[in-house]
Design a protein around this ligand. Structure first.
Ligand SMILES: Nc1ncnc2c1ncn2[C@@H]1O[C@H](COP(=O)(O)OP(=O)(O)OP(=O)(O)O)[C@@H](O)[C@H]1O
Ligand SMILES: [Mg+2]
Length: 225
């Protein structure tokens, strides 16, 4: 469960508030979307939910643990084992092959050998197994994004966070990625938080957090609990 209590986030001098006292609960196995206009705070909220950033005020609990109170070692362990990220730009490492990129989180944990079979299975599931030995610059945008999804899933994370994962893709590849997210949520019960400003993709989620200028929209608030 991800629980936000009275979360605010300020930036800059003079301080400007971009998230205002947000309260929410995301239950295990849910697929939620975070939508709203550009600058409404979607990415900021996703980074706080996923341990990449901290709120200026309020608390974020992941499985009942206040992320701010964890040691940096524990946060790193949590990120490596329980959290997958997919970004708008895939951030594959150009000097590593597809196979090596997918196995990177396992390499960080020193368990690369035990994950090789699973890496192939994931790439097969995502339809890019024939590309294992290629480098990212030899792939299309859609293929790169599928490899990034495989990398995000290799540790079978409990939580998957995706920030506009289709923003860089054509409609066909975007639909493939979205259908895969839906299937991963359904089959593996992975909790998914998806940032999108596309209402069609927002509709893939079971629930929507709609932000207006850093506030959760009143008209959607009743859906949050
Ligand atoms: N590190 C930062 N320093 C200062 N201001 C920031 C920082 N990060 C975000 N902001 C500001 O916070 C507000 C919300 O930004 P955020 O990136 O969360 O928006 P968004 O909803 O994801 O927008 P988009 O749809 O364009 O990606 C914006 O006004 C942005 O300029
Ligand atoms: Mg954003």
């Amino acid at each position: 469960m991800i629980e936000g209590c009275n979360i605010s986030r300020d930036f800059g001098f003079p301080r400007e508030r971009v998230l205002h006292h947000l309260n929410f609960k995301i239950r295990d196995g849910e697929f939620i979307s975070i939508s709203g206009r550009s600058g409404s705070g979607k990415s900021t909220l996703l980074y706080i939910m996923s341990s990449l950033d901290h709120p200026s005020e309020g608390q974020l609990f992941l499985d009942g643990k206040d992320l701010k109170l964890l040691s940096s070692k524990d946060v790193h362990h949590l990120r490596n084992t329980s959290i997958g990220f997919i970004f708008q730009f895939h951030y594959l490492l150009p000097e590593l092959t597809v196979f090596e990129n997918v196995l990177l989180p396992a390499r960080n944990l020193g368990i690369i050998n035990s994950k090789k079979k699973e890496a192939i299975e994931l790439l097969t599931y995502l339809g890019v197994q024939s590309l294992v030995d290629r480098y990212p610059n030899e792939l299309s945008g859609g293929e790169q994004q599928r490899v990034a999804i495989a990398r995000a899933l290799i540790m079978r994370p409990k939580y998957l966070f995706a920030d506009e994962p289709t923003g860089n893709l054509d409609t066909m590849n975007a639909n493939i990625v979205m259908n895969m997210l839906k299937e991963i949520n359904y089959k593996q019960k992975t909790t998914i938080c998806l940032v999108t400003h596309d209402p069609d993709y927002s509709a893939f989620a079971g629930r929507e957090i709609y932000l207006i200028n850093g506030h959760i929209s009143e008209r959607k608030k009743d859906l949050l609990f």
